[in-house]
Design a protein around this ligand. Structure first.
Ligand code: NAG
Ligand code: NAG
Ligand code: NAG
Ligand code: NAG
Length: 250
């Protein structure tokens, strides 16, 4: 079947990650050279600045289309106080809660059935150097805005900081449908004129709210025509603090 053929390119990054991990997984006694390799990697790793852009899951975190936020999403199943061995909890929340990524199959049945879920996303796309840009506060992310930002070719990851951050929308429990995000012409511009593979926005969706725009933007970004050669994913609702900046993830 074509499935394994289509998936093959995805196995390469995974193999690279495993090769790195295998430094720490030598069989038998650990040799001096294993130790040197791991300390060298550790030193390189320590030099990188790692920034976790995830929002904390709290009951007041807004949820798409809801007045009530995330609500009581965590339930303690066993409790030390009540004499159990450990505290042990259950989560019940949507896979699109807070800071999350959308998979290629999110708005595309074919890709969904082919298994393009979040597990299929490339970890090297999800982590790495990222450009943070401020967008004009009086506009959505349109083609005109994208043109004016002048994001150079070669930039792979961009976090768009918008009016949503000024309005502190991620800190308001009630969902606000007037959030700033991509319009379909903005998404089209990004696909045609940039090398961006990871798009981050500062509220719960990458696309503006009207239903036809919501569909078009997701289809343009998640299932571009040359999929899987060109393959975008995006993290919604990142919360970024400083000026226009270059953050480096490991
Ligand atoms: C275990 O859960 C209880 C609530 O039943 C909580 O008060 C306590 O702090 C928890 N203990 C730990 C170690 O997390
Ligand atoms: C989980 O949350 C959903 C949505 O609020 C609800 O419909 C469902 O009953 C919940 N499931 C459990 C096991 O609590
Ligand atoms: C972005 O689009 C939404 C939905 O159409 C609208 O409510 C909002 O006012 C727009 N935001 C800006 C900054 O123009
Ligand atoms: C779904 O993805 C496939 C593969 O990229 C593409 O050919 C098709 O046009 C997409 N369908 C929609 C509705 O976007």
């Amino acid at each position: 079947m074509t499935t394994s053929h289509t998936l093959f390119p995805l196995l390469l990054p995974l193999a690279a990650v495993l090769a790195l991990v295998s430094v720490a997984a030598a069989a038998g006694a650990v040799s001096t050279s294993d130790f040197q390799k791991i300390t060298r990697e550790e030193r390189n790793y320590r030099q990188k600045k790692v920034i976790d852009v995830s929002h904390k899951y709290v009951p007041e975190l807004p949820a798409y289309g809801s007045k009530n936020g995330l609500g009581n999403f965590i339930r303690l199943q066993t409790s030390i106080k009540l004499g159990d061995l450990s505290n042990y909890s259950f989560f019940n929340l949507s896979t699109h809660s807070g800071t999350h990524v959308d998979a290629p199959g999110h708005f595309n049945e074919t890709l969904f059935e082919l298994g393009y879920d979040v597990v299929s996303l490339d970890l090297r796309t999800l982590n790495g150097p990222v450009l943070v840009v401020d967008t004009p506060r009086d506009k959505n992310i349109t083609a005109e805005v994208m043109r004016s930002l002048n994001i150079p070719r070669g930039v792979k990851r961009v976090l768009f900081r918008t009016l949503n951050t000024d309005r502190r929308l991620m800190h308001k429990k009630e969902f606000d449908s007037s959030y700033t995000a991509f319009t379909s012409d903005g998404a089209e511009y990004l696909v045609q004129n940039s090398d961006i593979k990871l798009v981050g926005v500062d509220y719960l969706s990458v696309a503006i709210n009207p239903k036809d725009e919501l569909t078009k933007v997701h289809q343009l970004l998640l299932a571009p025509k040359d999929f899987p050669e060109r393959w975008l994913s995006f993290a919604a609702s990142v919360w970024v603090v400083s000026q226009r900046n270059l953050f480096v993830f490991p």
